[in-house]
Design a protein around this ligand. Structure first.
Ligand code: ATP
Ligand code: MG
Length: 336
């Protein structure tokens, strides 16, 4: 494959589980050298997509080519060309870091004379050389993740797949993983395909992002373009005391306002020149006999892009799930 070739080509990919469309006609192309992210909430289909691209499961319809090979017809060639870091941690706790890498190196057929040097180099790069001969059971989550990244690269793959690379890690460990991925990308001329539900991760690492929800790609572009594309460069978050049906629609008709959304009782107003829109919005709200409790102005982030396309935020979904499981009460909207 030459430098300019496409690393990943996906056409009309569908994966059905019974009546559920885990992937629903997905198309995408990732050129060599790119860091591409698929961003979406729980159940969006991110892991399903990675499993198909790495040859673990077969699609119901459509085709995928990875490193020039059809994943369904030539899974062996695909596997040799790729490294995989899966969503769940899979290093063996009963072995040392060194042994974990060694087994993988042997599995991939890295010759004895190269393997030792490669393992040393990788362990050094992920900051685990000193802990290499300790059992993985004694590693922290961040150390384990770093070891898994090293393991994924043992056979010098040209594409590295990572499913939620920093899920469950503390903020500092997440930053370490991000730095590592950026360094490896540069030094190893890697193409990276990752999935994440973290906006900051996608924004920081990816050249291009596909926002995926319910098995469909809703939009795909660079983080900058995604932010630019949604109407209204400023967002005003307004907390209004009381409720009035039709308020969002009436605000939407004001000049310079592009769109109004209501989420968790907060009005999100997408406007140009947000600062100038504040008094106009305040007046319009007060005219309806309502009181503005607070108003804040911010620039659009990837989070806002996500809300724009899906109508909800990724974070609330997480929070709802957590609050449900810890028994903190069913949110009122679920109808108590
Ligand atoms: N083996 C399976 N059998 C039945 N349904 C499945 C199977 N694997 C995945 N699904 C369903 O397919 C949908 C997509 O799942 P997937 O794991 O790809 O989501 P995800 O985006 O990775 O989510 P998360 O952020 O929770 O990891 C979900 O509704 C899931 O329940
Ligand atoms: Mg997943």
């Amino acid at each position: 494959m030459d430098e300019k070739a496409d690393a990943i080509i996906v056409r009309g990919l569908v994966k059905r589980y019974g009546a559920l469309n885990a992937l629903d006609h997905v198309d995408l192309t990732v050129p060599m050298g790119e860091c591409f992210g698929s961003l979406g909430p729980n159940g969006a289909g991110k892991t399903t997509l990675i499993r198909i691209l790495t040859g673990l499961i077969h699609p119901t319809e459509g085709e995928a080519r990875v490193a020039g090979h059809d994943v369904a017809k030539n899974a062996g060639a695909v596997r040799r060309a790729i490294g995989v870091v899966s969503q769940a941690m899979t290093t063996d706790l009963d072995l040392t870091g060194w042994e974990n890498l060694d087994i993988y190196g042997k599995y991939y057929g890295v010759p004895d004379r190269d393997r030792r040097g490669r393992m040393q180099e990788l362990l050094d790069r992920v900051g685990l050389l000193e802990r290499a001969h300790d059992l993985v059971a004694t590693y922290s989550g961040g150390m384990r993740r770093r070891l898994e990244i090293a393991r994924g690269l043992i056979h010098r793959p040209m594409i590295l797949f990572l499913d939620e690379p920093t899920i469950g890690l503390d903020p500092q460990s997440r930053r370490v993983v991000w730095d590592l991925l950026r360094q490896f990308r540069k030094n190893e001329h890697l193409t990276i395909f990752l999935t994440t539900h973290y906006m900051d991760e996608a924004d920081l690492l990816c050249d291009r992002i596909a926002i995926i929800d319910a098995g469909k790609i809703l939009v795909m572009d660079s983080p900058e373009n995604l932010k630019k594309k949604i109407p209204g460069s400023d967002i005003l978050e307004i907390f209004v005391e009381g409720e009035r049906e039709g308020l969002p629609a009436s605000l939407e008709s004001l000049p310079s306002v592009h769109k109004v959304m209501v989420e968790e009782g907060v009005l999100r107003v997408f406007a140009d020149q947000g600062a100038q829109a504040i008094p106009i919005l305040m007046e319009a709200i007060q005219k309806q006999g309502l009181k503005v409790r607070s108003i804040s102005l911010k620039q659009q982030t990837l989070e806002d892009v996500f809300i724009h396309y899906t109508g909800r935020s990724i974070r609330t979904e997480d929070t709802k799930k957590v609050s449900y499981f810890v028994g903190a009460g069913v949110p009122r909207r679920w109808g108590r």
